[in-house]
Design a protein around this ligand. Structure first.
Ligand SMILES: O=C(O)C[C@H](O)C(=O)O
Ligand code: SF4
Length: 513
């Protein structure tokens, strides 16, 4: 199998950089469903532009290249240990080449291994089968959407929907609720894999297994096919929309699988995947290790670059004029911003995510943050031979994780704007009002689009936290984002959550007997 290394490397790079055909078609359909001038249309224009940039740059679609999860079927007699070894080598190289972000973190010390290897990382699941070739599939599922996975133990009470009992209708309610509870935080529009039955572990495994299905396939079980169709039709009426900005498309796919359970347990497990649904597969010759065939190749390939350019589209779809922002920003300027404004940032911003927020809550800042912008982002960075850093991918991360710290940190250091995705909660909203601050929402997953707005890396602090968690000093040009929480007590996220809960409650009545 001397070609196996090359095959695995190619599988990793393709998965990270090229969105599969079925996903592109679902995104194109979502785009058609949104009216021009809406925030959803503007976000989808950025997303499709980002997909094209990832194709052209052969760079990660999203900076969070996830927990690499391989599912491999081998003919009897194939050496699985060798496959495992080769996969690890290919992972290390793809990380060095900036195709994967170093994403493997010691859970106790917080140390990043730097090469994407670690205890239990990558995940490689083997199975044997009777066929004479190797079927190797890979999914790169990021952390933001992983955090929105949910497991229900039936019977249960669900907000908006009431009791979910141990039957198909109870399952229906759980699935509808799972989409509601994700809001925009898992970078909607999403794809859900649902596992009915099993135990807490095998239920989630079954749910994730569904994510290996093609978006276009049809469930072979009539009742599950009906459930999938029901969810696709009705979850899209919740009005959560792309990034939780409101809109027509909240879900790109729903795939349901079922397994047996034991009498006392009845789990419905949901694996939520963002729009950056990176999964591919190959059939491999077990003698040579060469790729015989790429999987998920059915149907048309949408080349978004042949469509309108993003600038044209954004100009055509956005009725809001852009407001220029450059740090240091005054309190007066910040208080003039309102939810719905589109800002265009030039100049300096600092990245800060989980480790930085924790650090800043009980240490001094390494730089003066007065009037500054903090970007919730863990980029993919590469260092050249002269020692200069280059940004390879840099989209926002889910901001809500910083909720316990954010308001206090803004006040402590005089920070005027924080930017991320998915919005923040009541504590931050109150602090924005008291202190004079705004929350800016960038488009999740648009890592190439934003990397292109970063014109230079002027420094870095707290590198001991690892590349994604360090504080990078970025120099940006034309970095656009939407004000979704302002200093007057307004939050688009709170509004969408409230209205989607009202819509969810329309689905309270029994549908399946
Ligand atoms: O870790 C990241 O960069 C982003 C993460 O996938 C998220 O969605 O919050
Ligand atoms: S940032 Fe969004 S698109 Fe990227 S992995 Fe996280 S959830 Fe997915």
């Amino acid at each position: 199998m001397n070609k196996l290394y090359e095959s695995m490397y190619d599988l990793i790079v393709e998965t990270s950089t090229k969105l599969p055909k079925d996903v592109r078609r679902a995104i194109a359909k979502a785009k058609l469903s949104e009216s021009a001038g809406t925030r959803a249309a503007m976000s989808l224009a950025t997303i499709t532009n980002n997909i094209t940039m990832a194709d052209e740059n052969v760079s990660p679609i999203c900076q969070d290249t996830g927990l690499p999860t391989f599912k491999i079927k081998t003919p009897v007699g194939v050496n699985q240990l060798e496959i495992k070894k080769v996969i690890k080598e290919a992972i290390v190289q793809a990380t060095k080449d900036g195709k994967l972000r170093p994403n493997s973190v010691d859970s106790l010390t917080g140390a990043n291994s730097g090469d994407n290897l670690g205890d239990g990382v990558p995940v490689i699941k083997f199975e044997q089968w009777e066929k004479d070739y190797i079927d190797a599939r890979l999914i790169l599922k990021g952390g933001g959407c992983e955090n929105k996975n949910i497991q229900y133990s039936l019977p249960c009470e669900l907000e908006g929907l009431g009791r979910a009992g141990r039957d198909l209708d109870g399952i229906r309610k759980c699935v509808m609720h799972s989409v509601y509870q994700a809001q925009g935080q898992g970078c909607s529009a999403g794809v859900i894999g649902v596992g009915i039955g099993g135990d807490r572990t095998s239920g989630y495994e079954l749910a994730k297994e569904q994510l290996f299905r093609s978006l276009d396939d049809e469930n072979t079980m009539p009742e599950l096919k009906e459930l999938e169709e029901y969810v696709m039709e009705n979850a899209n009426k919740l009005g959560i929309g792309t990034m939780g900005f409101g809109g027509e498309t909240t879900l790109l796919g729903c795939k349901v699988g079922v397994g047996h359970r034991i009498p006392a347990s009845f789990f419905v497990s949901v694996a939520y995947n963002c729009w950056a649904y990176r999964r591919l597969g190959v059939n491999i010759n077990p003698e040579t290790g060469e790729i015989n065939e790429w999987l998920y190749q059915e149907g048309d390939m949408i080349d978004f670059s042949k469509e309108q350019t993003n600038e044209e589209e954004v100009a055509a779809t956005s009725d809001a004029s852009e407001i220029e922002l450059e740090a240091p920003i005054t309190e007066e300027k910040i208080r003039s911003l309102k939810v719905g404004d589109v800002v265009r940032i030039n100049g300096r911003m600092f990245t800060g995510r989980d480790a930085i927020h924790k650090h800043l809550s009980d240490h001094d800042a390494p730089v003066d943050l007065d009037g500054q912008i903090i970007y919730h982002c863990g980029p993919v960075m590469l260092k050249d031979e002269e020692g200069n850093w280059h940004v390879k991918a840099a989209g926002p991360t889910t901001s809500i994780r910083e909720e316990p710290y954010q308001g206090d940190i803004m006040k402590k250091f005089g920070i005027r704007a924080v930017m991320g995705k998915g919005g923040m909660g009541a504590k931050t909203l109150k602090a924005l009002e008291e202190h004079g601050g705004v929350y800016l929402n960038a488009i999740g997953g648009a890592a190439q689009y934003y990397a292109d707005c970063i014109k230079g890396v002027d420094g870095v602090d707290l590198m001991e936290f690892g590349i994604p968690e360090a504080m990078w000093h970025l120099n940006v040009e034309g970095f656009t984002a939407v004000v979704t929480m302002d200093s007057h007590g307004n939050s688009l996220h709170a509004d969408v959550e409230k209205s989607s809960l009202e819509k969810l409650s329309q689905f309270k009545d029994r549908v399946f007997n």
